[in-house]
Design a protein around this ligand. Sequence first.
Ligand SMILES: [Zn+2]
Length: 295
Amino acid sequence: MPELPEVETIARGLAKRVTGDVVESVWLGQKKEPLKSPATEIAATLERSRIAAVRRIGKHIVFDLERSDNVGRTLMSGKTGKPKAPRPGSKLFAPTAAQWIVHLGMTGRMQVCEPETEVEKHTHAILRLSSGRELRFVDPRRFGRLSVAPAADFSAGGIEPLEVDLDRFVTLFRGRKTPIKSALLNQTLLRGVGNIYADESLFRASIRPRRRATSITREQLGKLHTSIKEVLKEAIALGGSSISDYVDANGDEGFFQLEHRVYGREGEACLVCKTPIKRVVIAGRSSHYCPNCQK
Ligand SMILES: [Zn+2]
């Protein structure tokens, strides 16, 4: 499953390629699962909208849209032909008024391609852009989700881990009786920290994943606060690490991988002290740690 750094990488790649483009028409597939908003609503929101920005919120890719409501919109998807979209930057576009939200789920990916590129199996959405290219959403396992927020008010809940300051961070975890690992995965606290980066951050902060959050000192929470940001930033710098089969916004396969110090290394020697890495299951998820380095 793509984690925060991968989603950040994909969102940046998409931003570079489609910002300023205008959605001319939308085709949506027959499969219901990927559509979290009604198909007609998604099509109506996207068509004739200008992509003002693409960014990551939590693990979602959010397209900020500028609407051109003064121009008659085509409400039906699929058989729109080629309506003329207003020029990007033209006065016909209202300020940001809607959002398209994409969650990649397990296997979802976004493609920016030429229209003649063969449509892959499991393509659930095709946006025809005024630049002549297409933006496609492909998802074999269909855990990905597409939705629209007509009022541009999408919120992923929780606090952005790259922005949270130390005081806020400490308040989030203080007094929680759950294992720190579960608290890190709780998306209503921090949004977007997944299993891999939680394990890696805890290793760097020398904290065992099963430690109750409430028993961790402020100083240790300070270390954890730093290590989460470090791990995420390193992974973003490397283009996100991935163990899943998706491609980035350029259609490139795979990512450079941040060297995992504990994640997925059960039984292998700790890179610091050579103690075999242990794996335990906490709240249904595998957790990896060094029993010597982490207390
Ligand atoms: Zn160790």
